[in-house]
Design a protein around this ligand. Sequence first.
Ligand SMILES: [Zn+2]
Length: 246
Amino acid sequence: MSWYYAVNGQQAGPVEDAEMQQMAAAGAINASTLVWRAGMDVWATLGSLVAPVSVPTEQCQQCRKPYPVEQTITLAGGPVCGACKPIVLQRIREGLAPLSTGKPFAGFWIRLVARMIDNTITSIAGYIFQIPMLIVVARMDKQTGPDLSLLAGTGALAVLLSVGAAAYYEAWFLVKKGATPGKMILGLKVVRARGGPMTWGLGLGRYFAHMLSAFTLYIGYMMAGWDEEKRALHDRICDTRVMSGG
Ligand SMILES: [Zn+2]
């Protein structure tokens, strides 16, 4: 292949490939040197013809995407990208297994099963609180008809108590155990994205935030299915993550 090249505004050549390489090695031509050979429409810099210099990359342990080496740091014995650094630090604080060997975030289906277990437990509590209401109904005078205000009052009380009990259940287990019984059975753990202990405020807040996930036709729950960090709506609101294999 015969090459022409421009030096100080003057066309030179033709030279063959081997000679081009020698000139490049000697510094006589460089990436900004304009060159042309048969088949090219226009002159171009030598640098634009060579395949882009490949930047050495490393795979982030957390998201498994490649990043240039200088954009990663080493944590837990492997490369981690800037975006994943807080999550990895969190995992180290939580004493969880290295990311590359485990599934860090619990997905939609296992969390659904965990939620069903918890719902079964809390709905039993709910039935207990409905007992006073049933007593009121049973004692109603059949002659005078039902006392609607009494019925509504005990009904409201039953709902309030069962919601309160379910919220207390969620918060107590998150604060004391880091997971509700349903999650514990399946080896899941709820953690704060930024680290630190689970507080009562966060535990209660997460319970009511998860009701929001339910009220959005469960789309809030399903968000965990397609989120990179498997966050449901209530995880986004409370900035929590559900980890598996903890
Ligand atoms: Zn990453």
